[in-house]
Design a protein around this ligand. Structure first.
Ligand SMILES: *Cc1c(COP(=O)(O)O)cnc(C)c1O
Length: 402
């Protein structure tokens, strides 16, 4: 296959990606681009990273066959259980890797942005582990709806800085983190939470999350006698869990790649975060990608019930996957995601993150053959979403007073 799903030397996946940054950060990005590959590929890094993933995060995460969902969908449904990781989502894989990178680059201060709070918690966690000061930028809307994660970050010793601009969500938090970095460029490492931003971040994050697909390959081979599935499904915010889920299958034409993006109240409702369905090409957070924008190029405020998918762009790899039709986007609305979350909870006793529930709901929009193997990444657990799930329970036939 000659379509590029890995960045060229200037950070482009086809026409997407690149490095669109203020002059003052140029030295930082030059340094990062020059050093990251050698560090990530070194034995020293790999040994530390593998040991922490195994002993601290609890990897490999299981590949669980849900007999109940297999029956519902008439095929074999496997769940990749990133919800069982320490701190409750896939985000920790990336946070561990980036803090090891920051240390090897001699940085002494970590900044991060967070939406659902999962990346903030993951970053605050690895900063506690490595004894590094940590500042997390978080939109005020997200602070209100993800309070347990805000408390966790504070307990871990991180400073949580509320961001009032825009509608107080992830996009605004990313802007503030960049602003901070411009003011403290030398000693600070920006520990970005998704496969977004200027090169080389999308590649760093995809590589660090690719542990997901390398484990799936081995686990599927052990369970099914073949290392490829027919469908591979992940939810799509900025695109880190999807990038890690797809990584070792990007060039494997036997595998259909499906991304579930957040439809919100409906793709044409004006309250949505379905970037691939609605977006057009533009620059967001330092990269050329699909962006939800108005005719003047102003970013449209996204909406989703899930804080982790409430982002008006996608990482450049996902723009390339969609533009070349390698991946198929499916928009999943709030109500469909909620139904899928209650369904998994009732059938398997697993309460998924509301983000991950979008990937589960996408299965209801596909049809499968009995021999099909479908792997869905369960990116996180639903503890942080308990209030949301309680609020809507009665509407889905569950008695919340039980
Ligand atoms: C942050 C988050 C997401 C979305 O981020 P990606 O970078 O697209 O993976 C999905 N699921 C959970 C549980 C999250 O915390």
């Amino acid at each position: 296959m000659n379509i590029a799903f890995h960045p060229d030397s200037r950070g482009f996946y086809g026409r997407f990606g690149g490095i669109y940054i203020p002059e003052i950060l140029k030295a930082n990005f030059d340094e990062l681009a020059e050093k990251y590959l050698a560090i990530l590929e070194s034995d020293d890094f790999q040994n530390d990273y593998d040991a922490l993933l195994r002993d601290y995060v609890g990897r490999p995460s299981p590949l669980y066959k849900s007999e109940a969902l297999s029956k519902v969908h008439g095929c074999k449904v496997y769940l990749k259980r990133e919800d069982l990781n320490h701190t409750g989502a896939h985000k920790i894989n990336n946070a561990i890797g980036q803090i090891l990178l920051a240390k090897r680059m001699g940085k002494s201060r970590i900044i991060a942005e967070t939406g659902a709070g999962q990346h903030g918690v993951a970053t605050a966690t690895v900063c506690a582990l490595m004894k590094m000061p940590c500042v997390v930028y978080m939109g005020v809307t997200d602070i209100a709806r993800q309070m347990p994660n805000v408390r966790k970050m504070k307990l871990l010793g991180a400073e949580v800085k509320p961001v009032e601009s825009g509608n107080g969500t992830l996009k605004d938090a990313v802007n503030e983190a960049f602003r901070d970095w411009v003011t403290h460029p030398a000693e600070t490492f920006y520990l970005i939470g998704s496969a977004v931003g200027p090169h080389p971040y999308p590649d760093i994050v995809a590589r660090l999350q690719s542990v997901i697909s390398s484990e799936i390959k081995q686990q599927l081979l052990d369970k099914e006698g073949r290392d490829n599935m027919d469908y591979l499904v992940a939810c799509l915010g900025g695109g880190s869990n999807a990038a890690g889920t797809f990584y070792h299958y990007l060039d494997d034409a036997r595998v259909r790649l499906i991304v579930a993006e957040a439809g919100g109240l409906g793709v044409s409702s004006g309250k949505t975060a379905a970037t691939i369905a609605l977006g057009s090409e533009g620059i967001l957070h330092g990269a050329r990608t699909y962006v939800m924008q108005d005719k003047d190029g102003q970013i449209t405020e996204p909406y989703s019930i899930s804080a982790g998918l409430d982002y008006p762009g996608v990482g450049p790899l996902h723009a390339q996957l969609a533009a070349t039709k390698r991946a198929t986007p499916i928009a999943v609305n709030d109500d469909e995601a909620l139904a899928a979350a209650y369904e998994l909870n009732a059938l398997d006793g697993i309460l998924p993150a509301i983000e991950s529930a979008h990937a589960l709901a996408a299965l209801h929009k596909l049809s499968f053959k009995p021999t099909d193997i479908v792997v869905v990444t369960l990116s996180g657990r639903g503890d942080k979403d308990i209030d949301t799930y309680m609020k809507y329970a009665a509407q889905y036939g569950i008695n919340p007073n039980l």
